[in-house]
Design a protein around this ligand. Structure first.
Ligand SMILES: C[C@](O)(CO)[C@H](O)COP(=O)(O)O
Length: 228
């Protein structure tokens, strides 16, 4: 069984809205709700640990009530970074395995969660191939500093799953080193514990910018609406 850590603590600065992006509505439904509803339908997820941006607890509680989420939810205030938020949510997990997801990926499917759960390895993340070229650069001088073999790179997605003990131990190592990670698959891999990946879909869009919002609204259009 799994505790779901659902990251919902960002303020969504890059979307430029007057409220956290995960509370904005897409097709009339708050972005957060799409992931919540999918997770609520998965029997193996017995607890949802959900964080909220400082000052937005009431708004998040209202969403939970409005959409009658049945899985028990533990609310935790967000930390200063995504990394700090995960660290603060870990002690609230009641199961021995955790799934991490983020509210900003509303196109997550039941199959995404089930694929992770069906995998017998303890630490597994969805990742997708990089369909473009990523160059290492010096951001100060704007100089290209080398080249990367994209067949050896993957776009890290969520959801991801971990043995709770591995994730806790990896966060302890990261805290000692002082390094702040942008996500947890690389954090756990750097701790020396094996992390595997399975193919994620490019439909599992992360809503970061106003353009992403428009793309997500399009992808979430009701079945039967005309394609472009
Ligand atoms: C976690 C993540 O979505 C992996 O692709 C990404 O790193 C999040 O980036 P953000 O800058 O925290 O939105």
């Amino acid at each position: 069984m799994y505790s779901l850590i659902l990251l919902n603590g960002g303020i969504g600065e890059r979307v430029g809205a007057h409220q956290p992006k995960q509370l904005l509505k897409l097709r009339g439904i708050p972005i957060l709700v799409y992931a919540l509803v999918q997770a609520d339908r998965i029997d193996q997820i017995t607890q949802i640990v959900l964080n909220y941006p400082s000052g937005w607890r009431d708004a998040v509680e209202e969403v939970l009530d409005d959409y009658a989420i049945g899985t028990p939810v533990t609310l935790v205030e967000a930390g200063d970074s995504r990394h700090a938020s995960v660290a603060a949510m870990l002690p609230h997990c009641t199961e021995t395995d955790v799934i991490l997801h983020e509210a900003a990926r509303p196109l997550v499917t039941r199959e995404d969660f089930e694929g992770l759960i069906a995998d017998e390895r303890p630490n597994v993340a969805l990742m997708s191939p990089i369909p473009f070229t990523v160059a290492p650069v010096d951001p100060e001088t704007h100089e290209v500093t080398g080249s990367l073999d994209r067949s050896r790179l993957r776009n890290v997605q969520l959801p991801q799953k971990f043995a709770l003990a591995d994730l806790v131990a990896a966060h302890e190592i990261a805290a000692r080193s002082g390094r702040i990670y942008t996500e947890d698959a690389t954090l756990v891999a750097d701790s020396g514990r094996p992390v595997h990946f399975i193919e994620g879909s490019d439909m599992n869009l992360k809503v970061t910018t106003p353009t992403d919002l428009r793309m997500a609204a399009f992808l979430l259009r009701p079945q039967g609406d005309a394609d472009v």
